[in-house]
Design a binder for this molecule. Structure first.
Ligand code: ZN
Length: 194
C-alpha cells in the first residue's frame, strides 16, 4: 500500500465501508503487524459499541485485540500516551471532535489508523467519516458482498424499520447490500396507519 515509507512523521489511515466489509479485520491486521514490529500500539473504541466485548475490538470473524473503551474522542488524546500507533474502531460513533483528535495525534508523530462506517443505513455519509477521509493520507474502502445479488456491496441494509441513526447490532439487524438492492424504509410509512 505504501510505496514511500514515511519516516519521523505521523499520518492518518482511514479504513471505511459498509458493515460486514471487513473494516475491523483490516484494522486488527495492521495493528498486529505493528505489534510484531514491537511498536507501541494503543487501541480505542467508543463505549456505545458493546456488541461483543467492552475490552476488545472484535471483527465479525472473531478476530480480537485488547482495546480501551472511551466515552469521548478527547479521552483518546489523554490515553494514547507513548503509543506510536493509535487504532480507533467504530469511528462513526465519536462525532465531529474525532477529526481534530486524529489531526493532533498525527501532528505529534503518531500513525493513526481509523476504521468506521462511511454511510449510515440510509446511504448518507456518516460524520465524521467524510471529514476524516478529506484529511487522511491513506484511504482504504472495504467492500462487502451483496446478500441479495452477489455484487460488491458498499451499503448497510437495516432489516428493522427503526429510524434511529444508531441501532447497535449485527447479523440479525443488518446486512450488506449493493446500491441496487439497498432499500430505505421511510419511518413515516410506519405511522400512516395504512
Ligand atoms: Zn445487490
Amino acid at each position: 500500500m505504501l510505496s514511500i515509507v514515511p519516516k519521523d512523521t505521523g499520518w492518518i489511515e482511514v479504513i471505511c465501508g459498509s458493515m460486514f466489509s471487513g473494516k475491523t479485520e483490516e484494522l486488527i491486521r495492521r495493528l498486529r503487524r505493528a505489534q510484531i514490529a514491537r511498536q507501541k500500539v494503543a487501541v480505542f473504541k467508543p463505549v456505545i459499541d458493546d456488541r461483543y466485548s467492552t475490552e476488545h475490538i472484535v471483527s465479525h470473524n472473531e478476530g480480537r485485540l485488547p482495546s480501551v473503551p472511551v466515552s469521548s474522542a478527547r479521552q483518546i488524546l489523554e490515553l494514547a500516551g507513548e503509543a506510536t500507533v493509535v487504532g480507533i474502531d467504530e469511528a462513526q460513533f465519536f462525532g465531529p471532535e474525532l477529526v481534530d483528535v486524529c489531526q493532533e495525534l498525527a501532528d505529534s508523530g503518531k500513525r493513526v489508523i481509523v476504521a468506521g462506517l462511511d454511510q449510515d443505513y440510509t446511504g448518507k455519509p456518516f460524520e465524521p467519516m467524510p471529514q476524516l477521509l478529506a484529511v487522511a493520507e491513506y484511504i482504504t474502502k472495504t467492500l462487502a458482498i451483496c446478500v441479495k445479488c452477489g455484487n460488491p456491496a458498499n451499503r448497510t441494509q437495516r432489516l428493522s424499520h427503526d429510524s434511529a441513526r444508531v441501532v447497535v447490532g449485527a447479523q440479525d439487524i443488518y446486512e450488506a447490500r449493493c446500491r441496487y438492492c439497498h432499500e430505505v424504509f421511510e419511518a413515516d410509512d410506519e405511522n400512516k396507519g395504512e
